[in-house]
Design a protein around this ligand. Sequence first.
Ligand code: C5P
Length: 249
Amino acid sequence: MSPYRERKVLRMEATERIILALDVDSEKQALSLVEQLYDRVGVFKVGMQLYNSVGPGIVTRIIDLGGKVFVDLKFHDIPNTVAAAGRVMARLGAFMYNVHIAGGREMMPRAVESTAQEAGKLGKTPPRILGVTVLTSISNQQLRAEMKVNKDVDELVVEWALMARECGLAGVVASPREIIPLRKACGRDFLVVTPGVRPAWSATDDQKRITTPREALLSGADYLVIGRPILAAANPREAAERIIEELEG
Ligand code: C5P
């Protein structure tokens, strides 16, 4: 392989790994970011802020522009309801969506089954379903005092990830500090999607247990969720370019 070709492949890979959190209120802002960054970002994340502001049409609009979409609505409900929401995700053509692992052993396989069935009917690829373990905003102390779970967050995260894998989920969303134990427990084929990454040159904002994108990648993350380091930059495209360069090392 020529050095040029090798560099191109690496660049594509680094680009593919970036999930841009479209944490904005309007469709106009979101689509402008998609247009600026479509070839510098692998996946666009539509979370509660954007989805609840402008509705599900934003997902199809991004797909029509050629983007992949991670619908980050963290479903947590009874199995029948989450299974129905999974069918909607398949119809929308989401690339990924997520459910709370706390929804349990019955809910997760139902979501997997209904999503695959609906996608199959439509001749689409089923969205990858990710599990949310313990929210990174929850401390060990809160887990014990408020959720009445008598173990540490790190331990529960790995146990729940293993349960999610057994239930057929494609991977988990996890903090950078959990990547190594998760990778060790769940193997290479289980996706680990990591928010809370910050390039050294960027503000930390309210993220606390951060690593750089490159550190997260070297620890074994498959995808990096990045919002403000790109969104708040004077030139978002340049910021994305810098992150890609860092990832390539
Ligand atoms: O702007 P920033 O890079 O901090 O954005 C990170 C994104 O990842 C946000 O959309 C946030 O909701 C999401 N997220 C997070 N921490 C988690 C789970 C999701 O920051 N534990």
